[in-house]
Design a protein around this ligand. Structure first.
Ligand code: MG
Length: 172
């Protein structure tokens, strides 16, 4: 990358994911195991929030998507820790000279309330991404009892990521 030309270069990316729920627990969200009576169904560990973050980062760097980087036809990805996948995606983004400015995420979940777990998830995301927790936003919405999310058949997540060429100043 031409560092002079791209000194102030910014890119934004968006990620979205949805997983079905089944009886059981715990519910893994953002790399945190939340005590619950339902869990996601997925080829990997089914962490819908980390998958949305991966796609937002890959999208911002125009590196494709999670399905391209970690095909669900690859036995190596079965039951895989999504934090590992996020680190690999982050490495690919950083290799091109990009660093994360911030991410903002929304989890769509009828139950349980996410508020008691919000700080733990933000800190875990910051730890995996190696950024300050102030750069990690996390919101939660229910399905208002409607659709697959409202009926507790699914959980979804969205993420927006902003990346910058070169080092980011500490915002604190
Ligand atoms: Mg997924």
């Amino acid at each position: 990358m031409n560092s002079k030309r791209n000194t102030f270069a910014l890119r934004v990316g968006i990620g979205h994911d949805l997983h079905r729920l089944r009886p059981g627990g715990p519910l893994r969200l953002g790399g945190v195991d939340i005590p619950h009576d339902r869990q996601t169904i997925g080829h990997s560990d089914g962490d819908v929030l980390l998958h949305a973050v991966i796609d937002a980062l890959l999208g911002a760097a125009a590196l494709g998507d999670i399905g391209q980087m970690f095909p669900d036809t690859d036995p190596q990805n079965r039951g895989r820790d999504s934090a590992e996948m996020l680190v690999a995606a982050l490495d690919a983004v950083r290799t091109l000279g990009w660093n994360i400015v911030n991410i903002d995420c929304i989890v769509f979940l009828q139950r349980p309330k996410l508020l008691p777990h919000r700080q733990a998830i933000r800190h875990r995301l910051a730890e995996i991404l190696q950024i300050e927790v102030e750069r990690v936003g996390l919101q939660a919405k229910t399905g208002e009892g409607l659709d697959a999310i409202g009926r507790e058949q699914a959980v979804a997540a969205q993420c927006v990521a902003l990346i910058q060429a070169g080092e980011c100043e500490n915002l604190k």
